[in-house]
Design a protein around this ligand. Structure first.
Ligand SMILES: [Zn+2]
Length: 412
């Protein structure tokens, strides 16, 4: 079998896997709701949830079908090489030329994203974006991804030309540096999309800083993000490294929760901090980069891959497309299995921190509110949880929190 046929089959396998996940998701809408989360939705909200998930999944199915058809057409008819033919024969220009169809595909998919934000999210009351914010977001995201693609492609050419087979080690190292840089620059990047203000002085701030001080945990500040500009969904997270570490609370979280519940969510985030969960995530990212480095090395030394797709020789842009949308896309679900398993364990441990601080009950109430506001799936298919969930289900978390609270009471 030719290389072209293999690539087309693999693209289809990846598409079918995504489709299977979406179909399972659609079916789990009718799973019975566990007893300990039966009070999260009232019948009206539950009906709304079913519709919301149905519409979201249907759109995901359509979007992935459209992008699969476009990639198949581009591969079958040597579309990438056709674009490359229009550009000067330098390595860099040839790489950029191949990126153009991918960028155009992104543009074609904007209507789906528009339908998602302005129609579905709007209909269920999540969306706060104006048309202007939506287009500004699309433009910013498009420019950032274009610059990143050109930078990574350019780097690949430079390193491969200078080092040959030795590139693999250096490439993974450099990619890791880029990841660290993105983590480091994330607070700056997020400022392109949102406004951050320090949490105002008062009882809440005192309680939160008290929690941090108790564990000798230093952060640069507690910031409130104007998430309500785009969404009614709420969240909290850590960002930055070492002394630059900042805790970000969505303003929606502050508006929807009682002080006890906010402290509980905060103690959960502190749990992540104390267990160095971010560091572990960065290690896993590094492993991922190493895998991509190996794939890049293999893809660039196999010159026979390129001619069947219309190229004279190695094209670095096409190599990036093969690595990301075929080779890594095949490994990603397995990798996700591992990453999500670690992540779900970390979530239980972070919940434990909140219980230790005496916020077990408040955390349960807070999580119920979060799930309700975010229209979370209360009874997802267990296989779906194992494959794709970074967090345990609400029901699983409540069971664990209750068990821990009971153990704590008996030892007190
Ligand atoms: Zn967490």
């Amino acid at each position: 079998m030719g290389i072209k046929a293999i690539v087309l089959i693999l693209l289809t396998v990846i598409y079918l896997y995504e489709t299977a996940l979406n179909v399972i998701k659609m079916r789990s809408v009718n799973n019975p709701i566990p007893e300990n989360v039966a009070d999260v939705y009232d019948p009206e909200t539950y009906r709304k949830w079913k519709q919301y998930h149905g519409e979201k999944t249907r759109l995901a199915l359509i979007t992935s079908t459209v992008s699969w058809i476009i990639s198949m057409l581009l591969m079958v008819f040597n579309g990438y090489a056709a674009f490359a033919g229009l550009f000067p024969k330098t390595l860099f220009m040839q790489m950029l030329a191949v990126m153009i169809p991918s960028a155009l595909t992104d543009l074609l998919l904007i209507p789906f994203s528009w339908y998602d934000t302005m129609h579905i999210e709007e209909k269920y009351g999540f969306n706060r974006s104006s048309g202007k914010t939506f287009w500004a977001d699309q433009l910013k995201a498009f420019l950032i991804s274009l610059i990143l693609m050109a930078a990574v492609g350019g780097l690949l050419i430079w390193i491969h030309q200078a080092l040959g087979d030795w590139m693999i080690v250096v490439f993974a190292g450099v990619l890791m540096l880029i990841v660290l840089l993105i983590v480091f620059l994330f607070p700056i990047f997020s400022k392109i999309f949102n406004k951050f203000t320090p949490l105002e002085d008062g009882e809440l701030k005192e309680r939160l800083t008290g929690l941090l001080e108790k564990h000798g945990y230093h952060v640069r500040g507690i910031q409130v993000m104007d998430a309500s500009r785009r969404t009614t969904k709420s969240n909290a997270y850590f960002t930055g490294f070492g002394k630059m570490k900042t805790i970000v609370l969505y303003d929606t979280l502050l508006n929807q929760m009682t002080p006890d519940e906010i402290c509980a969510v905060f103690a959960h985030e502190l749990g992540h901090g104390l267990h160095r969960d971010t560091l572990r995530n960065q290690c896993l990212t590094f492993l991922q980069m190493l895998i991509i480095g190996v794939l890049a090395w293999l893809t660039l030394r196999s010159a026979a891959i390129y001619p069947p797709f219309g190229f004279d020789g190695v094209n670095y842009g096409f190599a990036v497309i093969l690595i990301m949308s075929v080779e890594f896309a095949l490994i990603a679900p397995l990798f996700g299995l591992l990453v999500n398993w670690f992540s779900r364990k970390a979530e239980y441990r972070a919940d434990e921190q909140a219980v230790k601080e005496g916020y077990g009950e408040a955390l349960i109430e807070g999580l119920k509110k979060l799930s309700k506001e975010n229209l979370a799936d209360l009874s997802p298919n267990p296989l779906l949880v194992k494959l794709t969930y970074s967090h345990p289900t609400l029901s699983q978390r409540i069971t664990a929190i209750k068990k821990l609270s009971k153990e704590q009471k008996t030892t007190d």
